[in-house]
Design a protein around this ligand. Sequence first.
Ligand code: OSB
Ligand code: MG
Length: 369
Amino acid sequence: QSIQKIILHRLHMRLNNPFTTSFGTMQDKDFFIIEVIDQDGHQGFGESAAFSAPWYTEETVETTLHMLRDFLIPLIQKHDFKHPQELTKIFQAVKRNNMAKAAIEGALWDLYAKQQNISLAKALGGEKETIDVGISIGIQPSIQKLLQSIDNALQQGFKRIKLKIKPDQDIELLKEVRTEFPTTPIMADANSAYTLDDINLLRELDQFNLMMIEQPLAHDDIVDHAKLQQHIQTPICLDESIHSFQDVKKAIELGSCQIINVKSSRVGGLTESVRIHDYCKEHHIPIWCGGMLEAGIGRAHNIALTSLANFTLPGDTAGSSHYWQRDIIQPEVTVENGTIQVPTKPGIGYEIDREALQYYTVEQQIFTL
Ligand code: OSB
Ligand code: MG
């Protein structure tokens, strides 16, 4: 791809509202924007997804830096390649560390699309012109606040509501939500807060007519989920358990889930995500695009990916203003009537807001090729 320069921008951004899951609360995001520049001056951008602490997967901001600086960028400096799909093989020298890989792979996909003068969505094989958007509502301090947040989200037009549940904030909570919103498309995300011992409780969830329950059991399990699915009606969707195309194949074969949440960061990038998409399409497994509280660059990649045909369920791609006072792209991501217009300009289709980027940057490192 004739890359001349790679710039790691480290950013600190404060979320408008703290985001709470069964593992704790996040108020700030510390992450990297990876900028790749070719000899013609094309610029590609990627965004790292790992958080400061390893509560979601084992990766963190610091492991991302270690992998990029000491392994992944050196591999790119050493290998010539024409298409970002070739990175899968080049990165095989590094086991796992999918979020670090996805961050730079995303930048190289954006660069590739810009070199081809096509949108990233088109480069990935996307067909949809607009995508449906849902919202993920973190654990709220009270039921009253939760009902308010749902009402607010519905007024903004979001096509489905995702709630976080955990032991002692599940059955009663959902009862109150269903009383207030009897027919709203609602799903629940447990972020692996339960075990198979909770099977009776999880069976009780069937009464709420949820679209799905996301990752009820352990983050590294696909066997117990298969057992659980045989005892509950609510479709299981896997998030944390899926790190690769191979994981997807095994989960489908075992019957561990009926739906998959695809996060390109979690599976090592866009190439692997497209592979998963194609396989799920063939096997009639609906998928949707999850989120990692990304800023605009990460969201732009998610939007391009979601334009592929089998992303049939609304994704967690709430717009810029939901999380950020000021995003790092122009125009910002906007959701209208629960949909986002997939950009048709080259690459991710959004301009980087250099002023905002600089404002949030705390550190910068440049690598030349
Ligand atoms: O489980 O999908 C999740 C955020 C951080 C880590 C894990 C998850 C989430 C979300 C937020 O649900 C989705 C978003 O980015 O809006
Ligand atoms: Mg989840």
